[in-house]
Design a protein around this ligand. Sequence first.
Ligand SMILES: Cc1cc2nc3c(=O)[nH]c(=O)nc-3n(C[C@H](O)[C@H](O)[C@H](O)COP(=O)(O)OP(=O)(O)OC[C@H]3O[C@@H](n4cnc5c(N)ncnc54)[C@H](O)[C@@H]3O)c2cc1C
Length: 557
Amino acid sequence: MAEPTQTLVDSRRPQIYPTLEPAEIERLRRFGEVRSYAAGEALATVGGVDHGLAIILAGHVDVVRRDPWDRRWPIVTHSPGSIMGELAQLAGRPALVDAYAQGAVEALTIPPERLRALMVAEAELGERIMRALILRRVGLIQAGAGGPVIIGRAGNGDVLRLDGFLSRNGHPHQSLDAETDAEAKALIERFHIDPGQLPIVLCPGGQLLRNPSEGELARCIGLVGPVDPKRLYDVAIVGAGPAGLAAGVYAASEGLSVLMLDGRAFGGQAGASARIENYLGFPTGITGMALMARAYTQAQKFGVEMAIPDEARTLQGTEDDGRFILALATGERVSARSVIIASGARYRRIAAANLASFEATSVHYWASPLEGKLCAGQEVVLVGGGNSAGQAVVYLASQVAKVWLLVRGSRLESSMSRYLVDRIAGLANVELATEAQISGLEGSDGMLQAVRWRRGGEEIRRDVRHLFLFIGAEPNTDWLAGSGVALDNKGFVLTGADAVSDRRLLETSRGGVFAIGDVRAGSVKRVAAAVGEGAQVVAALHAFLAKTPARLPPLSG
Ligand SMILES: Cc1cc2nc3c(=O)[nH]c(=O)nc-3n(C[C@H](O)[C@H](O)[C@H](O)COP(=O)(O)OP(=O)(O)OC[C@H]3O[C@@H](n4cnc5c(N)ncnc54)[C@H](O)[C@@H]3O)c2cc1C
């Protein structure tokens, strides 16, 4: 196993490992407790939840990572004034690395809830600490250090699934190719693994999982813990996309207790966006993952409890009960005085088996100037007959050599506004193919090389590197069946006066249940709009909570 790369650590060492002045440490004493450690004693153990962040007062602490052979690799040695910890300590999650006292050590330990109070009360110091914790996590991710090891064949669907899950959740991990990596082969032998049982995952705590589900893996590495069934949260937010994360940040920063659930990963659709160019304040654009990872850390800083991956299956209870119950896919139950539905939508995809392999580079659900530039001077295919497809065609036609517009129906007029139909008709470089359906995608290494479609009895093939899909979005509202939350005819959640005449803005037909972001009928399907609704809903939430009883007897059973 190679030494982890040190690029980030080298370039940003003073920010990753700041040393606090004695006067600064004095100011932090009120947030923690002084503890003594004997030589060799552990301050943190991989997989264990420790006392929290530790400010070293006396002595030295070695931080090391362990590999699957129990070999130890030094990361850093902390001296007096140093801070020991990373993002796991902010959220009270299991440690990713070991830390041992070199000799006798005295440290000020700050538990997660006090650390969050520190961040708020000591803004400048809090910012320095937060930056160090984030950069340390990024360093671990870059080095693939301190997390589980996936062993399987490179390119195997389950390896990609597990790798994608950990990446989307910002968790360090390493993937070893079972066919070419000598250490992977040795591990397979050591654990007597049949090739048919691959991929396997070795968790940092030593457990071995055979081709686990995302939920099993998340539980093994402590990414998600059990939900306390007796706890009554002020609000449960379903969905950790931009809308849910924004609502979490505003609600928790205003003192509400918040549980946030997401069935997959934080970030939602935005987390999958290669580059967001139109979010205010980022003139050079930002990757969706970078934007969402910041929001996720920010929500944790304000004390939002995360249950990811945990999927909501049903919603029960009423405003009059003063308690809503979410039943989760794990069989657990969450109780909350109010609920925010932020479960978003998913773009419809075509049924081509290899579609996913081209999605990072060649398949687009969006036609912004970025895509325009990417496809400039080329031939592209666009599928869809609605107005958003029409607008995209008009824009792309000004950038590319030719647009093939494929629609399933026999007439564009039946699904698109007249003005767009007329404009498209006037564009010489747009060719409309009605009653057409994609029959195949060709390419390699994630790059599309040709698209085939069927029209009548004929199959047409064009050398095309970019495919645009504008075939609509489906709301993630199946889990609301039987909840009494009113939906529109496409399944999006109705809010405000569209739901019931005297409803608050963003409140659904069920009092105390709110909906924001892409899942809401009539919302603008953009990151900024989702974030705005997340901020706005908190005012309505306060108004609702002010009139419902704050304390209820715990649930029995
Ligand atoms: C490829 C792509 C590129 C985009 N680019 C841009 C762009 O450049 N600029 C822009 O403004 N917008 C862009 N968008 C649109 C933007 O991402 C969305 O408008 C935005 O993410 C909507 O946020 P949301 O929080 O409402 O929902 P989502 O982002 O859809 O998040 C919803 C979350 O809820 C979770 N969830 C669903 N059901 C459940 C359940 N039952 N239990 C628990 N969790 C559940 C999902 O896993 C998901 O994480 C893009 C979208 C895509 C797909």
